[in-house]
Design a protein around this ligand. Sequence first.
Ligand SMILES: C[S@@+](CC[C@H](N)C(=O)[O-])C[C@H]1O[C@@H](n2cnc3c(N)ncnc32)[C@H](O)[C@@H]1O
Length: 622
Amino acid sequence: MDQLDIDPTFESLIQYLKHSRGIDFTGYKRSSLMRRVNKRIQTVGIESYIEYQDYLEVHPEEFVHLFNTLLINVTGFFRDRSAWDYIASESVPKIIADKDGYENFRLWSAGCASGEEAYTLAIIMAEALGFEQFRERVKIFATDIDEEALNQARLGAYCSKEVTGLPEEYLKKYFDLIDNRYVFRKDLRRSIIFGRNNLVQDAPISRIDLLTCRNALMYFNAETQAKILTRFHFALNSGGILFLGKAETLLTHNHSFAPVDLKRRIFTQVQKGNLRDRLLLLAQAETPDTSNFRSNQVRMREAAFDAGISAQVVVDTNGTVVLANERARKLFDLKAKDIGRPLQDLEFSYRPVELRSRIAQVYSERRSIILKDIEWLQPNGAMHYLEVEITPLLNGTGVLLGTSISFSDISRTKQLQEALQQANQELEMAYEELQSTNEELETTNEELQSTVEELETTNEELQSTNEELETMNEELQSTNEELQTINDELRHRSDELNQVNGFLESILTSLRSAVVVLNRDLLIQIWNDKAEDLWGLRFNEVQGEHFLNLDIGLPVGQLRQPIRDCVNGEAQLSEIILDATNRRGRMMQCKVICTPLLNGQKQLEGAILLMEAIVQEEPVQQ
Ligand SMILES: C[S@@+](CC[C@H](N)C(=O)[O-])C[C@H]1O[C@@H](n2cnc3c(N)ncnc32)[C@H](O)[C@@H]1O
């Protein structure tokens, strides 16, 4: 766990995801994980992890959004170009050279997201081998935990923004443009096998020559990374290449991989080798000395032996000390008389380490043994460290002559080693801290990138909404312009109408007679001032009323027939004189002229009545 403050509610949420959906995030770095979950929580407008867990139970569709947020799928073709160039120019040619012409190549893109990395591998291999060899000999396994990303990867179809990392010549050579999408060549696509694989739980794919696991390891804590790396070690052939992301390295002190190019995060799998076999081979390569100056050499050898930088004692097969060089004499305080004495009589045969049983072992096994880190307490209380090597001495025919015992004082080396080890540990810790900060930064960077992508998508959506609004605006503007034209026309007509009305009204006002215009149903359409004056009713009181229903001083019933005749077109003009009473109650005789009302097409529209008092008004007789 990379965080000291463990939030039990968050851990419970992680457990819930594991049990309900089978995705185990326990090995992921908490800081990044929490940040991502918090993002979702904010989006759905919830306050706590407990509430969010409840929300997930009620809204199972939220799992998809959550996993999309947690499994950051940021990727690209030839991501970190210089590292890919190195893989293409150095690693791949070496992998090819190490194979016989008929052997297959197996590659694995672990955590392949939407597939760009797997297709990049395919392009590099096809460039190195040619299409035919590629189709026959290459298999690329591309795996991820995220099914949705895998489905995208399987399609192998990318929009123009997604192929920006691809050199133009590869785009032309490896992709077909179909419906505005760049689709990876079908014949080469068959060599790539996409599948779901959980790096933490599932068995690795085996016999791999090149394994890329880029920008996925960094989401896991150190313990889980170590577990995954053990799987990768198993997956890779001896000498196979492991290619990590630019912020990732082998955090745990790992002897299973050796760096090929540390800066570009390229490593090679190290098969735990057999050192003994290699040393034997080295020993066999040595040739015996057959010089003519033998006696001279013997003297020189003796002098060299005496001056040797390690203390050295030679014991024959009888257990007699036969030689001791200067350093040995000094170290164990040996005198000339001690040479020729049995080893067991001398103190150094049992202090600082018991020698006789080891010599017996060397005789029986006929090979050297090395005793490391032998502690030797000095009379002054200081501790010395020795390395003791006991080597069998054989003549040219393999007959045992005795043993050589050398004592190297490694106290200083030991001190230095310890100091170095400590410094190393501190350095390693500092490095790991730096590394983890680096990874954290990279994670944040990836998250930022993903946020930027989200923002870009939102922006595009906004832009398209904006465009739509803009179109609607244009449409509205054009409708508005049309309306304005219609409005202008209407206003013009209305003015004309007003003019005509004014003109008509002035005619009606100027006439001496009362004028009443009826439609075909005898409803009153026009009633001029004189009619008002004569019958005491205003136009607004009679407008639309049936003329024959009027209660005025005129016996309208007597006009029924003449009006109907006019309206039906049976009479052109009727003139009737009627006794009537005007609005002041005076009796009078009223001349009524009724004529048909014709429209512009000479069709009957109603009737016009002209009324005029023709006798002097007389007061009403009470
Ligand atoms: C940032 S992407 C890296 C994609 C690609 N390797 C690259 O570097 O461009 C990390 C990928 O790791 C995947 N991943 C996360 N946890 C995983 C797991 N436990 N097993 C397999 N893949 C996992 C995610 O789904 C995501 O697609």
